[in-house]
Design a protein around this ligand. Structure first.
Ligand code: FAD
Length: 471
């Protein structure tokens, strides 16, 4: 009998436990990707991720075809699509990898399938370890990262990755598939994603190419370099991980034998991967992590919402060069360096006093790596409302952050063309530059580049006063 293989956020054939199990069942395999009406928990797929998904599905279908298989596409509620597919193919089992942000929905789907005589078998592989499997001595979930990480290390290595299969047997004929073009995942005019290709090749091959670049060149300087946005030191693997084009276990083991790299650098990278697991363990505790403050005293926080302020932030027109560079990198690549994510998020929350949930939603729509656990947990980390959060009263000064982490201004110059001719001295504070310097750099403050939209000192005091009101 054929086995249905349901792809979701595991768009790969390497180290794919569900695929492996479907093959071991011995019959032909019917791979399918289902476009469900809306992604529960965190709403519909963001625009940047839709772009990614389109290309990733093409890549997955190409790989499956090269092994003798294919990929069906169907839109609709998962249980309806799967039951109909089982009816058409005679399959009685669906193989799938767990997507931890939707456990409740998956339970409902399993019940509906069972009622229709179809079994579902679910496997692990999206995280280093199953969420919930790393617990304190008393059996509760960790609320703080470092002890979580220590416990994870004691637990031992994640599973040994399973290599990609050499062939995928397909039934003699497959039911009809939707046409990917009809799903309208790509942007219409204007094509705001045209520049995404400067940085990204969605799909499994793109993921492995990034991994090779990273381990071959950069990992030796990871611990220091990861904080400097002008240097390409980090792996750039987050979007590949989010879409499951590479498994975290594969990454963990790929960093095992790197003779040129000190073990402290490797462990630092693995520690970042563990943050992803930690975020998922928080999501398991609080499924509404994207909208509910972990720390409920923030329910009383006097947020202010000014539409024009929010628009300036989204467009990268705040007059704070490092913030503007980050927000424009987001437009250009659907990505932002981690350090700059922290700076831009802090600016929205603490300088503009806009609710972190507005920022979380903007990132969710614009990041190619938007992830239900990582995005929510990190926004709450910056806001101070999270489990293991940066205290609210630690307020980033965007000028100092820029000078410290982009000391030559190269990151700003790369993303804010108006400031491209400004030298190092004033790149993070153009409003302090003498008129002659501005003129030479072609900058007219207030005309082609804004003055700071708010005074940071004033904003800081205002935020601290607001914080005192909820303490
Ligand atoms: P590397 O430094 O190479 O790290 C390797 C991997 O570890 C990453 O790909 C990622 O999967 C994981 N990782 C690294 N840092 C973190 C972290 N702080 N929390 C959780 N996992 C981490 N990451 C997302 O994947 N999706 C998001 O939607 C997301 N939203 C964020 C929002 C804010 C406000 C902040 C401050 C951070 C957010 N991050 C998010 C975390 C982090 O910024 C990105 O994972 C990282 O920038 C991706 O670049 P990289 O792959 O080169 O990272």
């Amino acid at each position: 009998r054929p086995a249905i293989l349901w792809f979701r956020k595991d768009l790969r054939i390497d180290d794919n436990a569900a695929l492996q199990a479907a093959l071991e069942a011995g019959g032909p395999v019917v791979p399918i990707y289902i476009r469900e009406p809306a992604h529960v928990n965190v709403g519909p797929l963001g625009a940047a991720q839709s772009w990614w998904l389109h290309h990733s599905l093409i890549s997955l279908r190409t790989s499956l075809k090269s092994l003798g298989g294919d990929l069906l596409l169907h839109a609709g509620p998962a249980e309806d699509v799967l039951l109909e597919l089982a009816r058409q193919t005679g399959a009685t089992t669906v193989f799938v990898n767990r997507a931890y942000e939707r456990n409740d929905l998956d339970r409902e789907i399993a019940v509906a399938l069972k009622a229709g005589g179809i079994a579902i078998q679910a496997f692990h592989g999206q995280l280093l370890h199953e969420p919930g499997s790393i617990r304190t001595g008393s059996g509760s979930a960790f609320k703080v990262f470092t002890p979580f990480w220590n416990a994870m290390q004691k637990r031992g290595e994640p599973h040994e990755p399973v290599p990609a299969p050499r062939a995928i047997p397909s039934p003699a004929s497959l039911p009809k598939s939707d046409n990917l073009e009809d799903w309208d995942l790509l942007p219409k005019a204007p094509n705001w994603a045209a520049t995404f290709c400067e940085l990204w090749t969605p799909g499994e091959a793109g993921a492995h190419a990034k991994l090779e670049e990273f381990t071959g060149r950069e990992l030796h300087d990871y611990k220091r370099g990861r904080d400097f946005p002008a240097e390409t030191v980090t792996s750039l693997l987050s979007a590949h991980l989010t879409h499951g084009e590479i498994s975290p276990a594969r990454l963990w083991h790929a960093t095992r034998d790197l003779p040129q790299t000190a073990s402290t650098e490797i462990m630092h990278f693995r520690r970042e991967l563990a943050w992803r697991d930690f975020c998922y363990s928080l999501l398991r505790e609080l499924p509404a992590l994207h909208e509910e403050n972990w720390d409920s005293k923030f329910d009383r926080f006097p947020w202010q919402y000014d539409e024009a302020d929010f628009a300036s932030w989204t467009k990268g027109e705040t007059g704070y060069p490092i913030v503007d560079a980050g927000m424009r990198q987001l437009w250009r690549h659907g990505f932002m360096h981690n350090r700059v994510r922290m700076i831009t998020a802090s600016f929205l929350i603490k300088d503009l006093m806009i609710d972190w949930r507005k920022g979380e939603r903007w990132f969710r729509d614009t990041l190619v790596d938007a992830d239900p656990a990582n995005n929510s947990a990190n926004w709450q980390w910056v806001a101070g409302s999270g489990a293991d959060a940066s205290p609210f009263f630690r307020i980033f000064n965007p000028f100092l952050q820029g000078e410290k982490f982009d000391p030559y201004g190269d990151y700003v110059r790369a993303h804010v063309p108006e400031l491209a001719k400004l030298g190092r001295k004033y790149i993070h504070r153009p409003f302090e530059a003498p008129e002659s310097v501005l003129q030479e750099a072609g900058i007219e403050l207030g005309k082609n580049y804004p003055r700071p939209m708010i005074d940071h000192g004033f904003a800081r005091d205002r935020a601290l006063t607001a914080y005192r009101s909820i303490r």
